[in-house]
Design a protein. Structure first.
Length: 94
């Protein structure tokens, strides 16, 4: 199985992207901070976050997964899983 390990720079890029979408400082949240509880994130912001993640990482986030974008940790895991799936598909096509 192919893995896409995250480097510190990748995590910080992801943190910065999330901070821009939520319009908060990147230092205001950890991997475990709940975006809904802490920043009153609603479904529209979740959609915006999903769209930005899709563009940046060239992934497709299924509609059912958008509601799981509730913390940086969840975002990281989802993006990582989808990137892994894309890598596996690309390898199987070669």
């Amino acid at each position: 199985m192919t893995s896409n390990p995250w480097s510190a720079a990748d995590i910080e890029d992801l943190r910065d992207l999330v901070a821009r979408v939520l319009e908060v400082a990147a230092s205001e949240f950890t991997e475990d901070t709940d975006f809904v509880d802490q920043f009153n994130v609603d479904s529209l912001l979740e959609l915006e976050l999903a769209a930005r993640l899709e563009r940046k990482y060239r992934i497709e986030i299924p509609a059912a997964e958008i509601a799981t974008l509730t913390s940086l940790g969840h975002v990281r895991k989802l993006v990582d899983r989808l990137r892994d799936a894309d890598s596996l598909r690309a390898e199987s096509n070669n």
